[in-house]
Write a protein of this length. Sequence first.
Length: 319
Amino acid sequence: MIKRSILSYLSKHKIDVDYCKTVYGGINSSVNKIVDQNGQSYALKIYPIRRNAKHVRNRFKTETDFFSFLSKIGITCVPSLILSDHQQGWILLEWIEGEKITALHTDDLMDICAFFISLNSHKSLKVGESMLGNASDAFLSSESIILSLKSRIDELISIAPKSTLDINISNWLGKVLVPNANEAFRKLERISESPIWRSPKVGRYISPSDSGIHNMIRRKDGSMIFIDFEYAGVDDVSKFLSDLILHPDHSLSRKQENEVIEILLKRIDCFDCIDVDRYFSVKKVQILKWCMIMLREYKSNSIDVERWDKIQSYYHKHF
C-alpha cells in the first residue's frame, strides 16, 4: 500500500495513480508498478527510512547519485529517473517493458561489458570522482578485503547451533571454510605489496555493483536494460568480475569468464592485465564470501536443507 503522502506528491506532478501492484518487496527496498489515469506505467521504488542509522548504507542517496552520474555521461541503457523525494525515501522511474533474463549469451556479455566500459572512460571517471562514493563492500585494497571477510567469519562461527542441520553447518565452517579462508588470506597477503595490489588504479573504477541477470531486463527488441544501483559507486574491476562471474544464482562458465576478460582487455585505454590478475588473486576468497552470504538464513536460525544443499553444490563446483 502506497502512502497517501506519496500519492499526493505524484498528483502534484500530474501523475494520478489509477493502478498499483507490488512487484518486489525486500528488506532494503520495494518496487511497485503504478499506472496513471493516462495509461502511462512507472516503477515506484521505496526505501525504508531508518532514523539515526549512522552505519547503514543510504541506498536512496547512492541510487539517485548514480542515476545523476549516468545522465551526465549520457548512458541510455538504464531507466530514466523521473521524480524523487529524499524526505520520504522514494524514486519514480520509467517502467521497462521486457522479460527477465534467464541465461547470458555472447551478445549479452558484450552488452554488459560495453556498459561497464562506458562507466570507466576517461571522461566518465572524471565526472564520477566528484559525484560518487564507494560502492558497497568495495575492493579498495587486499587488506580491506581480508578484514571484511574475517568479520563475516567471526559472525558465523559465533553462532550457537540449535539443530542437527546447524551442527553440520557449524562443523563445515570449522573444518572446511575457515581453513580454506585462512589459506586464501595467506596467498593474498603474500602478493599484497606486488604491483597487482599497489597499482594506483586499485579501487579507482566505477561499478554498478551487484552485477547479474537479476538486475537486467531484455526489451522486445533484444536490447538490455540495467537496473538497481543501490550498491553502486567507486570500486575495483576485480569486484565487478567477481559479482558477474561468480554470483551463485547465475555463475558463468569458464568459457564465458574468458569471453568477458577478453572483451575488457581489448580496451587497453581502460583496463590491463594487472586488473585481471587482481580478479584471479581474489577469486577463491570471493567464492568463500558468496558461501557466507548464502548462509544469512543460518544467522537467523531459518536455514533449511535445500538452502544448505545449494551452498554445498556451489562450493564444490567452484572451489
